[in-house]
Structures are given as structure tokens and as C-alpha cells.
Design a protein around this ligand. Structure first.
Ligand code: NDP
Ligand code: HSE
Length: 440
């Protein structure tokens, strides 16, 4: 059996992981496949930068064209990141009838539908396991292991950097900036870390996973996104007092009136299975109508876990190449003519529980004024604590609500923040209690 020729474009963090796996696990992978995966070319703009993993100097090049035009390359692995140039490179690889493996969730979220169509037209395959949840085989689980299920919910911690930052702030009291610097030094963060902290990277991943789960095209522009950059450590501490952990959650829910697709900081109860997911670990909790609850857990970022997912894609492709088929499973797991857009529920219509922190003057009647406005907007209070007593000074009043509609919450808070006794915009964080019983 002839070996499979691989060309890698992007000798960075993940590229280094892939090179190490292809070298150190070569015999094992060859045994499993019955053929050899041969790294024939590595392209990067800068070949002299110090790296933790070296490549054979004879296969190095600064020109991606040396890979794209090489007839001995069967599979192009795009690990350079970014959108514009990466899209061109993947398109050219497909046009030159090469298969593609990528970890580039930003690109797939923006142009995946188009690239999948091109791959189909060219009779080639795009694999992208590493694009969602790093080393966790979630794409494979959705496409294959859970294929017979109607997926009802996906709850995911899908960004290692954000989870690392929240963990370091919660457990060690680190500042946001210091925690971010640590995550960057460990190779978790994107080249532009605002993608991690503003929730965009999580939304990229959710849009890809949601498309596979629900049989829709990738609908990134429909995902509601809020990040963690404005989180005040005080809210993490108050949340803990009520028995909650703060996480940046990706939530997809299949409801009778459309699907929910949202990413935002979320308080989850301590006993929730996702509450104990710390550091750069990711986890996905899904509910399928046949399987019930399923939880996948593992490192969501970093050189080796991500390299592991890329290498697994290469093995899948090698098997398809051996069988002489472009791909056994379509990229989004549905045949193209069965994929159709499904309405995404506007955030204003989402119903969930809430945490509020009011900065209100400590004066008789203030609490009843606030609760009166909440009541007028159909928001009922589940718990309240007031921190400290300082006449005529603002003190934090922290409240948890029962389920309420987002639009009602926004309207109520707008009214409350106009009160003369409220001196700063009210902080609010959504709470997810709903799946706790199912998960116990
Ligand atoms: P890095 O920035 O570490 O590596 C990217 C490499 O690609 C750099 O060496 C860069 O060179 C090089 N490069 C950029 N443009 C070109 C080009 N036109 N031709 C050749 N080389 C080029 O990124 P990562 O390895 O961290 O990430 C790679 C991809 O994997 C991204 O899409 C990322 O989102 C995704 N990913 C990353 C994970 C992680 O844990 N790091 C996890 C999951 C996915 P230079 O530095 O000189 O610009
Ligand atoms: N920056 C991403 C993260 C890399 O921190 O999760 C993995 O996709």
C-alpha cells in the first residue's frame, strides 16, 4: 500500500504537536492503518524562529505553493489560522484535488459552507475535528456515535483560554490580565486573544457543532455572543456564596419554536457536571433523545491535544483514500440536500434564570421599589442578599430570579437603572439550572 503524502502549512503551536505525533507514534499509526502517513513538506513564513519541535530541514519551505502544487501531497493540513489567506490556501488545495485537514474554526464559521461545497464539487474531503474542543473527539461523536439521536441540548465549555482565566480568577484570585498572560504563555490563546475572551471563538465552535447536531448550514451570524472581559471578580465571589461557579458556556437547545444558540458567562450550580471543569480543560454535555445525557471531557487547547485531533483526521482520510472514496461521512453529517436553515430563537425570547447585582443606596423602601419593578415585568425573585449597611451609601444588593424572559429582564433593568437611588448599571449574569436534574 502506498504511503499518504502530507503537507503542513503553519509550523506553530499545533503544527509542532502534529509533527511530534507523526514522528513519535508513526509505527503505531502505521499498524492501525496498514499504510504510512508521510510528512513530505512543512511551510511557514519564518523558518528560523525557535520552536519546541523541529522538522527535517530538507522538507522546510517558506512557500505554501510548494505544497499546493506538489503532486506527491495527498492531504494539505492548514494550521496557519486566520481567515483570508487560509481560505485561499484551502480553496487552492481542493481545486488541486487534495484533501484538507484544518483546525481553523474561525474560517469554518465564516466560510465553511462555501468550502464544503467546493470540496464536494472537487470530490475531496475537509476534516476539522480539532476545530471544536481541541483534543476531545466531539465532532466525531456527533457525526458518528450520536448519529441516531435527535440532539436536544449541547452545553459546552469550549474555550480553554476563557476557562483557564475564570479558573485562575476563582481559585487563586488572579487578575484577569495576569490570568490571560499565563494562558497565552501556555499556547492556549488565539493569535488575537480577543477572540477567546469576547466569546467569539466559542461561538465559532458552537456554530460548527450546532450545524452538525441540527442539520443546518453553519449559522455563525445567528449566535448570540457575550464574553468574559467585563466580568467583575466580585460577581464570581457572590455567585460562589449562592453555590454557583461562573463559566463561559456555549448553549444550543432544540426547542419547538426554534433553536437557541448562545454564548455567554453563565452561573451553574456546584453540583452541575460542568462546574468542576477547570483550567484549559473543555467539556461538552449533550442530551440525545436515545442516548440520554453524555459528557465528553479533555484538554481543549494546546500543542499535543490539538495535534492529536489533527492526526486522527489524517487517519480517517488515509482510510478513505485507501477505500477510494472522497469521504464516507459528509462534513456536516447530512447529505447536502437535507441541510436547511432552522430559525434561531432571538435572544429576547430566551427564558432562563438570572443573577442581578444592584448598586443601590441603602435607604428604606429601595428594595421594595426594585422588586416592584421586577414584578411588573413578570420577574419573580428566588433569593436576595444585601452586603453591608451604610446609610446613604451604595451597597450591593444581589438577587437571583426564577425563570424569566430576556426581553422582560432587559426592560426591567433599564427602568431600575433610571432610579435615582441606583448609582451604577446593574450587573446581570444568566443562570442555567434547567439540566441539573437530568445530569444528577
Ligand atoms: P500559531 O500562531 O502558533 O501558528 C501558526 C503558524 O502559521 C505560525 O508559525 C505562522 O507564522 C504560520 N503562518 C501564518 N501565515 C502563514 C502562511 N501564509 N504560510 C505559512 N505559514 C503561515 O497558531 P496555532 O498553532 O495556535 O493555531 C493554528 C490553528 O489552529 C488556528 O486556526 C487556531 O485557531 C487553531 N487551533 C489552535 C489551538 C491551540 O491550542 N493553539 C487549538 C485548536 C485550534 P508567523 O508566526 O510567522 O505568522
Ligand atoms: N484559543 C482556543 C482556546 C484554542 O483557548 O480554546 C482551542 O480552540
Amino acid at each position: 500500500m502506498r504511503s499518504i503524502g502530507i503537507g503542513l502549512i503553519g509550523w506553530g503551536t499545533v503544527g509542532c504537536g502534529l509533527i511530534r505525533i507523526l514522528r513519535e507514534n508513526a509505527a503505531l499509526m502505521e499498524n492501525r492503518l496498514g499504510t504510512r502517513l508521510e510528512l513530505r513538506r512543512v511551510a511557514d513564513l519564518d523558518l528560523n524562529r525557535p520552536r519546541p519541535v523541529q522538522a527535517d530541514p530538507k522538507i522546510l519551505t517558506t512557500r505554501a505553493d510548494d505544497i499546493l502544487e506538489d503532486p506527491d501531497i495527498d492531504v494539505v493540513v492548514e494550521l496557519m489560522g486566520g481567515i483570508g489567506a487560509a481560505k485561499q490556501i484551502i480553496s487552492r488545495a481542493l481545486q488541486n484535488r487534495k484533501h484538507v485537514v484544518t483546525a481553523n474554526k474561525a474560517l469554518l464559521a465564516h466560510a465553511g459552507n462555501e468550502l464544503f461545497a467546493l470540496a464536494r464539487e472537487m470530490g475531496r474531503s475537509i476534516q476539522f475535528e480539532a476545530s471544536v474542543a481541541g483534543g476531545i473527539p466531539f465532532i466525531k461523536s456527533l457525526r458518528e456515535g450520536l448519529a441516531a439521536n435527535r440532539i436536544q441540548t449541547i452545553f459546552g465549555i469550549l474555550n480553554g483560554t476563557a476557562n483557564y482565566i475564570l479558573t485562575r480568577m476563582t481559585d487563586e484570585g488572579l487578575s484577569f490580565q495576569d490570568a490571560l498572560k499565563e494562558a497565552q504563555a501556555r499556547g492556549y490563546a488565539e493569535a488575537d486573544p480577543s477572540l477567546d475572551i469576547e466569546g467569539t471563538d466559542t461561538a465559532h465552535k458552537l456554530s460548527i457543532a450546532g450545524a452538525i447536531a441540527f442539520g443546518t448550514p453553519i449559522q455563525f451570524d445567528q449566535v448570540y455572543i457575550e464574553g468574559i472581559s467585563k466580568i467583575d471578580p466580585v460577581d464570581i465571589r457572590f455567585g460562589e456564596e449562592f453555590g454557583y461557579q461562573l463559566k463561559l458556556l456555549a448553549i444550543a437547545r432544540n426547542t419547538d419554536d426554534g433553536i437557541e444558540m448562545r454564548v455567554h458567562p453563565t452561573l451553574i450550580p456546584n453540583q452541575h457536571v460542568l462546574a468542576s471543569v477547570k483550567g484549559a480543560y473543555n467539556a461538552v454535555h449533550s442530551h440525545g433523545n436515545a442516548v440520554g445525557n453524555i459528557m465528553l471531557y479533555g484538554l481543549g487547547a494546546g500543542m499535543m491535544p490539538t495535534g492529536s485531533a489533527v492526526a486522527a483526521d489524517l487517519m480517517d482520510l488515509a482510510r478513505d483514500i485507501q477505500l477510494g472514496v472522497p469521504t464516507r461521512i459528509p462534513p456536516l453529517a447530512f447529505p447536502e440536500d437535507r441541510i436547511s436553515p432552522v430559525p434561531v430563537k432571538p435572544m429576547a425570547d430566551v427564558v432562563t434564570c438570572y443573577y442581578f447585582r444592584f448598586a443601590a443606596v441603602d435607604r428604606p423602601g429601595v428594595l421594595s421599589k426594585i422588586s416592584g419593578i421586577l414584578g411588573q415585568h413578570d420577574i419573580s425573585i428566588a433569593a436576595v442578599i444585601q452586603k453591608g449597611r451604610q446609610a446613604e451609601e451604595t451597597v450591593p444588593i444581589v438577587m437571583l430570579t426564577h425563570e424569566a424572559r430576556e426581553a422582560d429582564v432587559r426592560n426591567a433593568l433599564e427602568e431600575i437603572d433610571r432610579l435615582e437611588v441606583v448609582h451604577a448599571p446593574t450587573q446581570f449574569i444568566r443562570i442555567e439550572n434547567q439540566e441539573t436534574d437530568q445530569m444528577a
